[in-house]
Design a protein around this ligand. Sequence first.
Ligand code: ZN
Length: 353
Amino acid sequence: MAAGLRNHEGCVSNPSMNREKYSRQILFPPIGAEGQEKLLESRAVILGCGALGTAQANALTRAGVGMLRIVDRDFVEESNLQRQILFDEADARERLPKAIAAARKLNRINCEVKVEGVVEDVDNRNIEKLVSGFQVVLDATDNFEARYLLNEAAVKHGLPWVYGAVVASYGMTMTILPESTACLACLFPAAPAGAHETCDTVGVISPAVSWVAAIQVTEALKILLGRRQELHGAMLAYDIWKNQLQEIRPRKDPQCRVCGAKEFAYLNRTGPTHTSLCGRDSVQIHAAAPRQLDLADLRARLEQFGRVRANEFLLVFAVDAYELTVFSDGRAIVKGTHDPAVARSVYAKYIGA
Ligand SMILES: [Zn+2]
């Protein structure tokens, strides 16, 4: 590898510095100098940049994974800081999109890793494009619908992915190699009981997040290093407060609608145009067709109706009992209602149909 090959945006590094930077994991025999070179050439994508996503991104960036894409739809809020380790109070004050705030922080941690922050909601229209060309996907989403969608995209394209979920003090994780292991739908043909419980309704403690993220990252490293025979091969569930560990060995179901029958119901769905963000008194609205909003124009127009704040990525508009966070692709999060119809009408009135 030539010196400076991966340097970008003024990042200074060379192979001898790499050896120092990564020396402690090079000493670990399953990685070694050869494995480190492999990691520096590898590509991982993280879907979601909340608690799990920030922990995964932090570890993979420090480990020297060559290219990391992080996709998230949301912005940083104060209630995130207790567990979302890449964000700080300034990010919350500025309401930076999480993918942007994370990419900035990661670049300061290890500028040699090419980090791409993508501010988008993962759905059936963009997921295949978002994961294409990567060697592993780490699940850091917060709902089963997104995970079923990821599972279908991964099975369709033969892409390894690492499931992870946390709520309260309890977490679960499983690694899915579409050609050889059970897939998520083999194990959960329907969303499991308790899937409706979220961090917004029953809370979460950060050590539970750390446990799941640590296992997900270890599995991702094994995949990137080509050491698949060392994957744990189980569905692991752990309550870190009660110290209760469960381990099951799921079997591939020949009748599985996804990996067996290749029926991709979530990928092929002609979708709803809104998603409720559970427990946050918010509804997300998608523009009916893709568009690029001029946020400065919109700001000028909205200021006659209510208070507007903006940064270069989004605009926050408070009117009546609602607060709209509008992204430049036309997507908006309407806070102040659970009712999609109400949210849509507020959106149509101020942003346009
Ligand atoms: Zn399956």
